[in-house]
Design a protein around this ligand. Structure first.
Ligand code: HEC
Length: 176
């Protein structure tokens, strides 16, 4: 009888101890999940931004990263000019070719370190712009209607305006 009582005492000791252990495990697990979620939120959604004097969000990049983004921007401008010029000549093949040069497939590989610095909204606008150039190219070929293509270009350029109104690029000290 006595040994039975001792057994039960041990058992009850263990059942009391077990929930405490579990509580610790769960607390650690939750903290870990929160930490991972926090890092993921910072990397995927927030990026490396700072409110600039002109009221826009300044993306803080290295000089090399800034040059990469600006190079892509100048390609966008070349494409816009090419599309307008081609639609004026009603050369829809040339309009499609100009748009494809800045479509999804032509997008330069963006280094992961740069992606981590870009806010989600910026990435979405960027992807959507490449996608809209592809859609414009496809329609230019399939419909062959300069008016339709110019309409698509006008809509697409809403992305250029929207992003430029919200963001600027700032190069942090060289060599970073
Ligand atoms: C996802 C955001 C985004 C989109 C979309 C976007 N831009 Fe930009 N662009 C920027 C930022 C940020 C800058 C730098 C502005 C600054 O620092 O003041 C920039 C700069 C530029 C520059 C200056 C390049 C240089 O060498 O200084 C040109 C030209 C340009 N964009 C053209 C375009 C055109 C044309 C489109 C649309 C077809 C477009 N951009 C779409 C974000 C964007």
């Amino acid at each position: 009888m006595q040994s039975m009582a001792r057994f039960l005492a041990i058992f009850s000791f263990e059942t009391q101890e077990q929930p405490d252990m579990c509580k610790l495990c769960w607390t650690l697990l939750i903290l870990l999940v929160l930490a991972v979620a926090g890092v993921a939120y910072k990397v995927i959604v927030v990026g490396k931004v700072e409110l600039a004097e002109d009221g826009r969000q300044a993306l803080k990049l290295t000089p090399g990263e800034r040059n990469l983004v600006l190079g892509e921007m100048r390609d966008f401008l070349v494409a816009v000019q090419g599309i307008i010029e081609a639609t004026n000549r009603e050369d829809m093949g040339a309009a499609a070719a100009a748009a494809r040069r800045v479509g999804m497939a032509a997008q330069t590989a963006v280094p992961p370190a740069l992606i981590a610095k870009l806010p989600l909204e910026f990435k979405k606008l960027g992807f959507d712009t490449h996608r809209k150039f592809d859609a414009l190219a496809l329609d230019a070929e399939q419909l062959g209607d300069p008016g339709h293509t110019r309409g698509q270009l006008a809509t697409l350029m809403g992305n250029c305006i929207g992003c430029h109104a919200s963001y600027s690029l700032v190069a942090e000290g060289a060599g970073q």
